[in-house]
Design a protein. Structure first.
Length: 183
């Protein structure tokens, strides 16, 4: 059960609270004489490392045929933990809109509930292309927000749009699958 893809997903789970802590504690760096930008660089490095594991765990699992039930559970969980660590931390330090983060969290919780029902009904719950694009957009938004780059807020709202869209697409697919089973 513990193969390389699952170990990469577990590493993302461990990096998420570290990212959250670094975002919330810039004084650790500034009190030791470092410029605040070092906090941004370290948070960005942690986030990029964790994000890269998201790509490689799925790629390796497919290529090496190491897809497991455990991996199917912890991979999306690790994704949520990482993005929420970034978004909540950035919101708490005033770098991300509370409304944007609220919409993202509500969508994630709602779709997780729908996925649970889908699994119990024997319906395929694989991520759609829109869901994958949503995840990439969220990761770029977090990176831009961490680094305080131009257009970070616009990118966040674009990620919110994709988050809502992919959630609606997922619901539509779930509804079609339910209706198909009733026929």
């Amino acid at each position: 059960m513990l193969n390389l893809p699952n170990a990469l997903a577990f590493s993302r789970i461990l990096l998420a609270p570290l990212l959250f802590w670094v975002i919330l504690n810039p004084d650790v760096f500034t009190d030791n004489g470092y410029h605040i930008t070092w906090n941004y660089y370290i948070a960005a490095l942690i986030f990029v490392l964790a994000s890269v594991t998201d790509f490689f765990d799925g790629f390796i699992a497919r290529q090496w045929k190491q897809m497991t039930l455990l991996g199917g559970i912890i991979d999306p969980l690790a994704d949520k933990m990482l993005t929420l660590a970034g978004f909540l931390g950035l919101m708490m330090v005033g770098e991300a809109s509370a409304w944007a983060i609220y919409i993202i969290i509500i969508r994630e919780l709602f779709i997780t509930g729908v996925r649970t029902v889908a699994v119990s009904e024997g319906i395929d719950v694989k991520a759609s292309m829109a869901g994958k694009i949503k995840t990439v957009a969220q990761m770029f938004a977090i990176g831009f927000l961490i680094m305080r780059w131009d257009y970070a807020t616009e990118l966040l709202w674009f990620a919110v749009f994709l988050t809502v869209y992919s959630g609606l697409e997922y619901l539509w697919g779930f509804k079609k699958a339910l209706l198909k089973d009733e026929i």
